[in-house]
Design a protein around this ligand. Structure first.
Ligand SMILES: NC(=O)NC(NC(N)=O)C(=O)[O-]
Ligand SMILES: [Zn+2]
Ligand SMILES: [Zn+2]
Length: 397
């Protein structure tokens, strides 16, 4: 199923690119809808394109246990990130049904519209919509690199048309399984990760403005080189990050220069900054360093501006559910480790909204967001068994 799903947006390098509301994204959601229907689930899309497959509860149909993950990917990502959580939910719910019949409480499998923030400068659109973190106003003034607004893209994919605001119903719990995307489980030879915290994350777009001019005739002392300024800023900030706290991570992963020519001094540079830590006060202190550099730029005859477009607080996941997962792992004879996630997850959004559990399975060599992402089928199976056990406890007992 994972291979089948990876074909929607498959790339030449063996990876997957499935950006929010793109043709391949629509095809994948539609194909999943058919799979859900074939399994006898009640299927619906919500206003933004989250896909739900429902197994209705026979005793407490109003109590909903939500389980799933996201369908979008980064550019040239792997076939497991997000997709595994959806496939695992489908398998677990199907097996429970075959073994025990319909649940007491309703189980909704969800294929969330978007998590990564790869197309638009916005993350967690799918889970953010469900939990009320986002509403449609946010969709109007957010643009992708081609100038298409989130709203336009959503309508192009056939969503966003219903009257807003809508009434949201809180699920009783959210359960997500995901690949670890890190090396801890593999190193410690553990099968299951039980996530206790997810780090806080902030993303920025930074703009540097100098003056473009001839690369041969402009003396070094007379230049306003935006590329050089960006490079100095990068070294300054990443060094500060290292000094500030050993758990702080900061990344400058995306750069565009103007006019982007070998023989022209760059007049403008735009880049990204991503910073993460499990304590938001450390992120606040890091932000002060950004301001410090901005002050220093004023003396250089150039300008810079920093826009923070994403900020999500660190989250502590539900303790009772963590204990339940540990019991489940022992019951199944699976080794487990309690972990902090350095990657953002939909569970982070749900974690502030309803009791939430996030489980990991190992990632080979800790690699993810790459075509080389891989998890052994045995490990995938163990994750499904854990999910089955937890869904049984939540929906059948
Ligand atoms: N699990 C993820 O890869 N998440 C990524 N995406 C978000 N939205 O956090 C990330 O950058 O960590
Ligand atoms: Zn990801
Ligand atoms: Zn993911």
């Amino acid at each position: 199923m994972l291979e089948w799903l990876a074909a929607f947006g498959g790339t030449a390098s063996g990876g997957v690119t499935r950006l929010l509301y793109s043709d391949t994204w629509i095809q994948a959601q539609q194909a999943l809808k058919k799979v859900m229907q074939a399994k006898g689930l009640d299927v619906r899309f919500d206003e933004v394109g989250n896909l739900f497959g429902r197994r209705i509860g026979v005793e407490e149909p109003e109590s909903v246990i939500l389980t799933g993950s996201h369908i979008d990917t980064v550019k040239d990502g792997g076939e497991f990130d997000g997709a595994y959580g959806i496939v695992a939910s489908l398998m677990a719910v199907q097996r429970l049904y075959e073994q025990y019949g319909p649940p007491k409480r309703t189980i909704d499998i969800v294929s969330l519209a978007e998590e990564e923030g790869s197309r638009f400068p916005l993350t967690f659109w799918g889970s953010g919509w469900i939990t009320g973190r986002y509403n449609l106003d946010q969709a109007e003034h957010i643009y992708d690199k081609d100038g298409i607004s989130l709203k336009e893209a959503m309508e192009g994919a056939g969503f966003g048309a219903k009257p807003m605001p809508i009434e949201r119903k809180k699920p009783k719990a959210f359960v997500e399984v995901h690949v670890e995307q890190g090396i801890v489980l593999e190193r410690k030879k553990k099968s299951i990760g039980i996530v206790s915290h997810i780090v806080g994350q902030r993303r920025y777009t930074v703009h540097f403005k100098g003056e473009s001019n001839h690369a041969g005739t402009t003396p070094m002392s007379m230049r306003k080189d935006a590329m050089r300024l960006m490079a100095e800023w990068t070294v300054f900030l990443l060094t500060e990050a290292e000094l500030l706290d050993e758990s702080l991570v900061a990344t400058v992963g995306k750069v565009t220069a103007k006019p982007n020519m070998p023989n022209v001094i760059a007049g403008e540079v735009e880049c990204s900054l991503d910073a993460r830590h499990y304590d938001s006060s450390v992120l606040d202190r890091f932000e002060k360093k950004i301001e410090e550099f901005e002050t220093h730029v004023k003396t250089r005859g150039m300008t810079m501006s920093t826009q923070r477009w994403m900020s999500i607080e660190p989250v502590k996941l539900d303790q009772a559910m963590m204990k339940s997962a540990a019991r489940q792992a022992k019951h199944l004879g699976l080794s487990y480790e309690t972990l902090i996630s350095g990657a953002g997850h939909d569970s982070q959004v749900f974690g502030g909204y309803c009791p939430t559990m996030l489980l990991f399975v190992p990632s080979r060599h800790g690699i993810s967001h790459s075509p080389d992402e891989w998890t052994e089928p045995d490990d995938l199976e163990k994750g499904i068994q854990m999910l089955m056990g937890e869904l049984y406890t939540l929906a059948y007992v």
